[in-house]
Design a protein around this ligand. Structure first.
Ligand code: MG
Length: 375
């Protein structure tokens, strides 16, 4: 049987990690599974862009973790992070994130409660999500790119391009009215001068927030742009650990943080980042382009922190991997998770059917001159 019942154990009962396994799927999602001698297993997800590197790296953590009690999760986070001479970055932090998530999953199952109950939650009664607006999903917040007939290839785009983006966004606003929150994701693929032109042009149509108006590699540039608009800026899907977010907060480069629970350091670290953000009156809107562990762990954080704004792709169902579907979104909100741990059960037969070679992202070129551009 692929999904055995996992009964809670007493707080004084011993439990030890026995095995770490990883699974790379054809859609690039990458999972880590941690097994214990009590029959309780935990699941986590890592960085899909570097799926094979994460899968290999997570297996190396077995040398530290096998034989240990999985429940002192913060201690293990510290040991894995600080045990390395070279720290941080997307791949190492994603490995740490996946392991952290799986350890929290085990710990919640040990005690028979959702993770947020071990973190002092719930802090809310239901969890707002954004995704696809439709009568079926009930979602009332969406995010779009700067829509045009082509991406913003040029360092400084001309008026024709700016007008096209503006007209398309105005049409979207007219269609949905003021009752739907519409964010605009520049995806770090727009250079600062063009970003400024678009930010000003779209302002009259009330974008909810602007995301990754530029790459988060030069925080001072993002901070300059933030000072030139009253629309909130959001960033964080390419920022890792509390040390990465410290600079964003201190320089006021964004007023919405979007850490990814699979890359930024897992449940342990997102709770800390949320605390740092709270001191700057800044909410979290966690990033999520991945699978069911990513959403499930993010929902645990939403239920455990005070300064939660909304969850990305919170309307995903993940029926292709789960033994039991998530409870449906209602009026733009998901109900609080109720099952122990992360609150989901991965169907391993379904998972194994999707294991395979992950796809690669193509390089984007400017069709006019063949130079490399951001995407
Ligand atoms: Mg994004």
């Amino acid at each position: 049987m692929s999904n055995p019942e996992q009964a809670a154990i007493g707080p004084n009962e011993e439990i030890k990690v026995t095995k770490i396994e990883t699974f790379v799927l054809t859609n690039s999602w990458v999972f880590v599974k941690i097994s214990t001698d009590a029959g309780i297993t935990g699941w986590g997800e890592m960085l899909k862009d570097d799926a094979k590197a994460c899968a290999a790296g997570a297996l190396e953590v077995a040398a530290y973790l096998v034989g240990k009690d999985p429940r002192p999760v913060t201690h293990h986070w510290q040991a894995i992070h600080r045990g390395a001479f070279y720290r941080g970055g997307p791949i190492k932090t994603a490995i740490l994130s996946g392991i952290d998530m799986a350890l929290w999953d085990i710990t919640g199952k040990c005690y028979g409660v959702p993770v947020y109950k071990l973190l002092g939650g719930p802090t809310r009664e239901r969890i707002r999500v954004y995704g696809e607006v439709s009568g079926e999903t009930g979602v009332n917040a969406i995010k779009v790119g700067p829509q045009a007939s082509r991406p913003a290839f040029k360092y400084i785009e001309g008026q024709k391009f700016v007008d096209e983006v503006t007209e398309r966004f105005k049409a979207l606003r007219d269609k949905h009215g003021s009752g739907v929150d519409i964010a605009v994701d520049f995806h770090g693929a727009v250079q600062p001068p063009t970003a400024m032109l678009l930010m000003k042009a779209l302002e009259p149509y009330h974008p909810w927030f602007y995301e990754e108006v530029v790459q988060a590699l030069n925080i001072d540039v993002m901070a300059e742009l933030a000072q030139k608009t009253h629309i909130p800026l959001a960033t964080g899907e390419r920022i890792f650990t509390k040390w990465g977010f410290r600079e964003i907060l201190e320089k006021r480069a964004a007023t919405i943080l979007q850490p990814d629970i699979c890359y930024a350091g897992g449940i342990t670290e997102l709770k800390i980042i949320a605390g740092m953000a709270e001191a700057y009156y800044t909410p979290l809107a966690p990033h999520n382009p991945q699978g069911p562990c990513s959403l499930a762990a993010s929902l645990q954080i939403a239920a455990a922190i005070p300064n939660f704004l909304i969850q990305e792709r919170g309307d995903n169902e993940y029926a292709e991997l789960l033994a039991k579907p998530l409870p449906p979104v209602c009026d733009g909100y998901r109900p609080l998770p109720t099952e122990p741990g992360l609150g989901i059960t991965i169907d391993e037969d379904k998972l194994m059917a999707m294991v395979g070679e992950p796809g690669l992202y193509p390089t984007r070129l400017d069709p006019d001159d063949g130079s490399v551009v951001d995407w």
